[in-house]
Ligand binder design. Structure first.
Ligand code: MN
Length: 203
């Protein structure tokens, strides 16, 4: 199951060249519930990869402008291939010539909850929410807190969704964490410092 879902991830990468994690046979269960991660990725164009742990993989979207804390902003989120769980801790450089070449930073991470999981018949699992094209999650991150909705606008090969902050105590139209909190939530490093310390020149 997990293996099938990661075939697109595996087929795009040469693991002798990249330090990105290789999918493991049996993903380990993490303590403390399911996690989200947002990776800032300085590839051909800078974007933010928003990933949610669902059913043993990281379901993933590329968000060109990154997440907003303003509920009136709708941020385009293009669904990309599922990633292995171990990817959530990856910070470093993907070598030039490889798929997604560039520097990756863990911009924010933490546990999340499925807001559509309720008692009774209207409860929706994350899997059902993804199928429906409506995902509602509560993030407990270092930078982002509160509800976020993902709404699918268009299907196909690279489904297009919108990432929207829900109106709750984590909402704040005056904050702009993408620009005011640019560094890694894990290591405190900037993209350029990660590139310097983990770049190909060090090999
Ligand atoms: Mn990316």
């Amino acid at each position: 199951m997990t293996d099938d879902r990661l075939s697109a991830y595996r087929s795009r990468r040469n693991f002798r060249r990249t330090r990105e994690p290789q999918p493991v046979e049996r993903p380990r269960r993490r303590a403390g519930g399911r996690r989200f991660v947002i990776q800032k990725h300085d590839a051909s164009t800078l974007h933010y990869d928003f990933r949610l742990e669902v059913d043993g993989v990281l379901v993933s979207w590329a968000v060109p402008k990154g997440p907003s804390t303003d509920p009136s902003d709708k941020r385009l989120a293009i669904q990309t291939e599922d990633h292995p769980l171990d990817y959530a801790g990856f910070e470093g450089c993907i070598p030039s010539g490889e798929y997604g070449a560039g520097t990756v930073m863990v911009w924010d991470t933490g546990p999340y909850r499925n807001l559509r999981a309720r008692k009774g018949r209207r409860s929706k699992s994350m899997e059902a929410s993804l199928e429906d094209g409506l995902v509602e999650v509560w993030l407990d991150g270092g930078k982002l807190q509160g509800g976020y909705a993902l709404k699918r606008m268009r299907g196909g090969d690279r489904p297009q969704w919108l990432l929207i902050k829900m109106d709750d105590e984590g909402a704040d139209a005056r904050r702009n964490p993408v620009s005011t909190e640019p560094d890694s939530v894990l290591s405190g490093r900037s993209l350029s410092r990660i590139a310097r310390e983990e770049g190909e020149d060090d090999d």
